[in-house]
Design a protein around this ligand. Structure first.
Ligand SMILES: Cc1cc2nc3c(=O)[nH]c(=O)nc-3n(C[C@H](O)[C@H](O)[C@H](O)COP(=O)(O)O)c2cc1C
Length: 189
């Protein structure tokens, strides 16, 4: 199998000014950088601009297009807003399609309550599936995210390191398998 590094794009899920879930997203990126033979890039919706809706050329941001083209796999960290995921995350994801197809995605949720964004993750599954991504089933749920990180953005609970490592184990395996499949087995639709 190909020995090239697996390229993973970690995506934060909101532009809210006081957002706490971005700490969880940065933590997921940091754990990713500790994995063997993996390259991590970080996509923050505050860095992009998507005019209007949709994925027509005028509805894209070329920086996001390049990142999604580069990626072999995705790790999306979404906060829970009204039992779903934020509109800005949907808008960002909607802007591309072919760069997602038959690439794996791992999902993490974050919320101020004890459920850790489980409903946001569940609703995101439906959308990313329609985008052609292949969803892993080892999720990470950051419960009470507002209390989980200290002022330096360091996590207070070691449990999440284990949870994130497990999620990467599945994501990296699936990224290798699907990359080989995309490169060697023709697929016509
Ligand atoms: C518009 C909005 C809706 C929210 N809805 C929920 C919700 O349905 N369930 C929940 O557990 N937390 C909800 N929250 C709280 C977020 O989970 C909380 O703000 C958490 O810190 C993650 O979001 P953040 O990254 O914006 O901080 C909501 C927050 C906002 C701003």
């Amino acid at each position: 199998m190909d020995k090239k590094p697996i390229k993973i794009l970690v995506l934060a899920g909101t532009t809210r000014e006081q957002r706490k879930s971005v700490h969880a997203a940065r933590f997921i990126a940091e754990i990713g950088r500790q994995q063997d033979n993996v390259e991590i890039r970080f996509g923050d919706p505050t860095d992009f601009y998507f005019p209007g809706d949709g994925n027509d050329p005028e509805g894209k941001d070329s920086r996001y297009t390049e990142l999604t083209e580069w990626a072999d796999a995705f790790f999306i960290v979404t906060p829970e807003y009204n039992h779903s995921f934020p509109g800005t995350l949907k808008r960002m994801l909607d802007s591309e399609l072919k760069n997602y197809i038959h690439k794996p995605v791992a999902l993490a949720g974050a919320s101020s309550g004890r459920m850790g964004g489980v409903r946001a993750v569940e609703s995101l599954v439906t959308a990313v599936r329609e985008m052609g991504m292949v969803v892993t089933f080892t999720d990470v749920y950051f419960a009470q995210v507002q209390d989980l990180f200290n002022e330096n953005g360091e996590i207070r609970d070691e449990f999440y390191k284990e949870a994130a490592n497990k999620a990467y184990t599945e994501l990296i395996w699936m990224a290798k398998v699907l990359k080989q499949g995309r490169e060697t087995a023709g697929f016509e639709n």
